[in-house]
Design a protein around this ligand. Structure first.
Ligand SMILES: Cc1cc2nc3c(=O)[nH]c(=O)nc-3n(C[C@H](O)[C@H](O)[C@H](O)COP(=O)(O)OP(=O)(O)OC[C@H]3O[C@@H](n4cnc5c(N)ncnc54)[C@H](O)[C@@H]3O)c2cc1C
Length: 443
């Protein structure tokens, strides 16, 4: 395998521009946006999005046939790392979740007519979407156990069920709903993916659930609506036309896997951006804050934190680049890079939280306050150990793959030293004895 860590000069120019745009436009602008409604935000954001489009950076996660840039996961990793510095940055580049993952799903599974209706406006940023799989009363780490049903009645699907944590559902124009359409089929062929447009009778957004990142329970759509809340939604006799199904009946699991492959790697890429941002704050503080007549950075325990954080960041970056490369090589939306994707999905958020935690520590009381972005980064970062698959589930998936081709052995383990020595004796015994004998004769 050839490893090449260089960046093409033209692409580096783009990366430098993105970094400047995020740090010097998006972050300061967002500091003043508290309390603005969606229409006001759209007014402020429109010229920024135009600028991104003009530079050929809009929707970098999609192929050109779907209106994106088709730059591949490796370049995308470098872009996402910078966008990860602020939660609003992906919105300005048309690659914010859950829309980005939903666009990837539609790009794979939608018909021409469905693409025109949902994918193209989603791509342009004219529609918002949500993705709804998780249920409050089902352990949703295992999607084969879901209970939300869609039953065919004439030319309609009739949906009944209870979902939650559908991010953005309260502000979305449509939801991609994962629901069981054939409970008697094999576990991974029971579910389908159905588009439910906003305001469809029978679909009720009960609330946006309060969470660590958005601590207050609220009326639907009023909770920090520019990145959406995590909505609880009830479906009762909710009817949509048959042509709202994406893909074939029974393909829900397959389609959601394709969607989640991209989403998971993008989360990990953006996590590195959060870790890098925290690391920069940590270093600045270590160099600036004086105690006992010396900068904090002169203290060995602080130096340990800095060295440890830098090493974690660099390792995380490498495993993410490796996974991005594997995804590009496979060309199959991550199906053949599942182990690498699961690895970075659990590993990178964990490291990032540790780095943010150290940055908080080095800032002392200030780090714990809302005067610094660190406390919010910590609260938001915690979600990623659960969202898009809990750590344990990814580790389990990895171990399953890693053990798939390992043959069990009977008796002693294959590296049992007495057994190996006996085998070696058969192959090399005479040769070794001859060497020993020659030495003894010479003496
Ligand atoms: C911020 C955020 C945003 C989200 N956005 C969305 C969204 O847009 N759409 C959506 O559908 N869902 C969303 N989710 C939900 C998320 O995908 C689920 O929470 C996740 O899949 C876990 O399901 P669960 O909560 O039902 O946990 P459960 O399945 O009940 O699992 C609980 C815990 O049990 C352990 N566990 C589970 N399975 C195993 C196993 N096999 N081995 C060992 N331990 C195990 C894990 O520690 C796990 O955290 C979001 C979640 C968060 C936090």
């Amino acid at each position: 395998m050839a490893w090449d860590f260089s960046t093409e000069p033209e692409f580096q120019t783009q990366l430098d521009w993105i970094r400047d745009f995020v740090d010097n436009t998006i972050i300061p602008l967002d500091l003043l946006c508290e309390g603005l409604d969606q229409a006001q935000l759209d007014t402020l954001w429109a010229p920024l999005k135009e600028e991104v489009k003009k530079r050929g950076l809009w929707a970098p996660h999609l192929g050109p046939e779907d209106g994106g840039q088709g730059m591949g996961q490796l370049k995308l990793a470098q872009i996402h790392e910078i966008l990860g510095r602020h939660s609003m940055a992906p919105e300005m580049f048309g690659c914010q979740g859950p829309d980005s993952g939903n666009a990837e799903l539609l790009a794979v599974g939608a018909t021409e007519e469905q693409r025109k209706r949902w994918l193209e406006p989603l791509m342009r940023g004219d529609l918002r979407s949500s993705f709804s799989m998780t249920e409050p009363f089902t352990a949703s780490s295992d999607p084969t156990e879901m209970t939300t049903r869609a039953i065919r009645d004439g030319d309609e699907w009739v949906i009944d069920g209870h979902k939650w944590f559908a991010s953005n559902a309260s502000v979305a124009d449509f939801t991609l709903l994962f629901c069981i359409t054939d409970p008697d089929a094999a576990p991974h062929q029971r579910a389908s993916m159905i588009v439910v447009p906003k305001d469809t009778p029978g679909m009720t957004v009960v609330r946006d659930v309060g969470s660590m990142s958005h601590p207050h329970i609220s009326e639907p759509g009023t909770l920090y609506d520019r990145i959406g809340g995590h909505s609880e939604v009830v479906y009762e006799n909710c009817r949509v036309p048959l042509d709202h199904m994406i893909g074939e009946p029974g393909e829900g699991f397959l389609l959601s896997q394709k969607r989640l492959g991209g989403g998971r790697i993008h989360h990990a890429m953006r996590c590195i951006g959060q870790g890098q941002y925290a690391f920069e704050m940590m270093c600045e503080r270590a160099a600036s804050r004086q105690t006992k007549g010396r900068a904090l950075g002169k203290m060995q325990m602080v130096q340990d934190m800095i060295a440890e954080s830098y090493t974690q960041l660099e390792t995380a970056r490498l495993v993410v680049m490796r996974a991005a490369w594997a995804m590009d090589q496979g060309g199959d939306h991550g199906s053949s890079a599942r182990t690498e994707i699961s690895m970075i999905k659990y590993y990178v958020p964990k490291l990032t939280l540790e780095i943010i935690d150290r940055a908080i520590q080095i800032h002392g009381a200030l780090g714990y306050t809302t005067d610094m972005p660190l406390e919010q980064m910590y609260r938001q970062g915690r979600a990623l150990r659960i969202a898009d698959g809990a750590d344990e589930v990814h580790k389990q998936a990895m171990a399953r793959q890693l053990l798939k081709n390992v043959e069990p052995v009977e008796g002693w383990p294959s590296e049992h030293l007495p057994t190996r020595r006996a085998e070696a004796e058969k192959r090399f015994g005479a040769q070794i004895a001859a060497v020993r004998g020659a030495k003894a004769a010479a003496e």
